[in-house]
Design a binder for this molecule. Structure first.
Ligand SMILES: CC(=O)CC(=O)C(=O)O
Ligand SMILES: [Mg+2]
Length: 219
């Protein structure tokens, strides 16, 4: 069988592990406590959407939010990976959006229920092209930004993360074994806000990558 190409990781059907509240400024804007341990949730591979296809507002939500995040693509799987070896397991990165039905999430939070329908619906994980590791030599110090209809809404630096990428890889792999092709979304900085049908979202990582997505309703 021909070797698979990591630069098409979104086609592999691997898991998407998301970290929440990893930036203090975002935790504060949503009036959440600053976590002392990473907050984790999952998205299924059906959440992936690539440029050229729209982000679909779930029919049950009236408050869909954007969250721009640095994604880490795993190149070598492992369990209980030590922090010191964590970066050896990284193949590269992707710019990602953690689209969130905020009204549904708020209701789930108030009832103590899981966030699945708020976070894991179809098209809830727009991703950029694969970015090989060498193109981001210092992932702990890159600026992420997001505009809606040309207006800047989010601009944050990965240096503001509470838990570093090596710490997250080590922490996650203690509980959930990582596999080649998995994607870790590392949390969003402040500035999340609502998007509507027909909005145009543009996001980027410094001069490394940009991507654009249109928001649509289900037919
Ligand atoms: C409150 C959230 O939705 C957490 C999250 O996803 C984040 O990036 O922070
Ligand atoms: Mg998020």
């Amino acid at each position: 069988m021909a070797a698979r190409n990591i630069s098409h990781f979104w086609e592999w059907g691997r898991k998407i592990i998301c970290v929440g509240r990893n930036y203090a400024d975002h935790a504060k804007e949503l009036k959440n406590a600053i976590p002392t341990e990473p907050v984790l949730f999952l998205k299924p591979p059906s959440a992936y959407v690539r440029e050229g296809s729209p982000i679909l507002v779930p029919l049950y939500s009236g408050n869909l939010h954007h969250e721009v995040e640095l994604g880490v693509v795993i190149g070598k799987g492992g369990t209980a990976i030590p922090q010191a070896a964590a970066m050896e397991h990284v193949a590269g990165y992707a710019l990602c959006l953690d689209m969130t039905a905020r009204d549904v999430q708020d209701e789930c939070k108030s009832k103590g229920l899981p966030w699945t329908l708020a976070k894991a619906f179809n098209t809830s994980c727009p991703v950029s092209e694969f970015i090989p590791k060498e193109r981001i030599p210092d992932p702990a110090n890159v600026r992420l930004w997001l505009k809606v209809n040309d207006q800047l809404r989010q601009s944050g630096c990965t240096s503001q993360m509470i838990f570093s990428i090596p710490y997250l890889i080590s922490y996650i792999s203690d509980f959930i074994s990582l596999e080649e092709g998995d994607l870790i979304l590392t949390g969003t900085p402040k500035g999340v806000s609502a998007v509507q049908e027909h909005d145009e979202l543009q996001a980027g990582i410094e001069d490394v990558v940009t991507m654009s997505f249109r928001v649509d309703r289900h037919e």
